[in-house]
Each structure stands twice: as structure tokens, then as C-alpha cells.
Design a binder for this molecule. Sequence first.
Ligand SMILES: [Zn+2]
Length: 298
Amino acid sequence: MPHDDTRHPLPPGFRWPDGVRAAALFSFDVDAEAVMLGDHPETGRHLDVIGHQRYGPKVAVPRILRMLDRLRLRTTFFVPGWVAETWPDVVRSVRDAGHEIGHHGYLHESVRGVDEETEIGYLRRGLAALDEVLGLRPTGYRAPSWDMNFRTPALLAREGFRYDSALMDSDHPYRLATSAEPGSPTLIELPVHWSLDDWNRYNYLPGFTSSSPIGRPSEVCAAWAEELDAIVEVGGLYALTMHPCVSGRPARAAAAERLIERAAAIDGLWLATGDELAAWVETLDLPPVLHEPPVIRP
Ligand SMILES: [Zn+2]
């Protein structure tokens, strides 16, 4: 079925390649221990928490790579620099399977309330780690915990990133401005949403993160399929974020595989990596969207 532009108009200037009516990015954030160490440093002494997180690189990443191989899907893995340093063989296996590697902080740090120098330090340390372990420079950035501040886009452009995938203000990719100055650099934004994240559906770490009751995999994936159909209908981007330590457990991985098979069978749905999507959107003549802090009048 072609896209119905009268019911669901696309943003001005936006279109997909010929024959495509919507896109899907099935991404994985390989947070491992870093997400807990970054937010709750004391968990470095908690074997139970660390063990839970290590399930990702130890068991889940190999399972997910086998699954993606069966599905013949190349996708994007966002990797904190510390995870690359700590699990070099695991992240090299992801790279060697042909998947894209994106930046995801160094120790999965939040940039809320930090100064610019600190934020640049996180970016550069993450870049250095990915270079050291994988010999690559990522084009994509996903903010740890999707935390961003109003200067983050400009810092990303300065470090040479092509795209970001962390904001929630659109159904469609768009060109993200980095300053009000005409001609200033831009990025491509690949928007996400909490409804398309496995963390709040499944993750249960008593005392730290709670999704209770833990979602039933078939029901979680049914909800994600419902989101998929609606996004295809509006011609948007379906960006699903999964974490190996969360979605890589047997029943969850099996349900995710069925979801991806379902997506692959949708006519005109483009299953792509973040970089492939950003490269396409870069070719469009889209007006840059500048985000500025809200003004509160006295
Ligand atoms: Zn993360």
C-alpha cells in the first residue's frame, strides 16, 4: 500500500527513497556494566548487579549476532567506550559481523548538569576507546540514557558526527541545527521514544531500575508491532532500542526475532542502519531545526 499523503502528510521536503514508505532501525545499546557504573558507582562492588549486566556481552551479544545473521540484517550497535575496552573481543565480533558501531559515551555518562569541558571529555574519551579497540571513528551518536542538553548538538558537529539518535520531537528523521548562525553545521536526527525501548518493559534490578511486573515477551513485542504498524502508516522512522543484557534473554530474543521477521515482510519498509538512514536524509533539502531552551517570561 503506498503512503497516503492526504491523511498523513510528510514533513516539508521529506521523502524516502523510491519504493520505500517507512524505515526501521533495530538498534542495540551495549551498555553492559557501564550504565550501572555511570549512574550508580557503588554497584561496582555489587556482584549481583554486575553479573546481571555482564550477561549482555557474555551471553546475549553472541545470541543476538546469531539471530541477526539468520535474519540477514545488518544494524547499529551503540557502544560506550569503556565497554569496548572491557569487552574488546565481543565488540570486535559485532564489528566483524558487519554491523555499524555508534558512540554511546565513555562510561555511559549523563550530560545533565555537567560543564562543556566535561561533556567534550566524555565524547573524546569514547572516540579514543572505539579507535583503540576497533580502529574506527563512528558517524553516529546516541546519548547515554538519551540525556542531552542544548549545547550537545553543536559539540557533536564539532567532533565530526553525522547523526544523533536520542531526541523525541518527531516521527521522521530531520536536519538538526547546531546554532542560529546561518551556514552553521548540521546533524541528522534519528528520533527515538521510550515506548520503543526495552529498558522500561523488562528491566528489573531491585533498588536501581524497576519494570514491574516484568513484561511478557510476546506481549511486549505485540505492543512494539502495534507501534510499527502505526509508524509505517505515517511514513516515519521506527527506531527500536534494545539492550543485549535486557532483550538478549532466550524468550525475549525469540520474540524480537519474530518481530524483525514481521517487519522484514512489510512491503516498502526499509530496514537500515543508522548511518544508512542519515546518509539518505542528508541528501534531502530539509530546513534545519534549531532547539533553544524554553523562555519563561517573568
Ligand atoms: Zn545506554
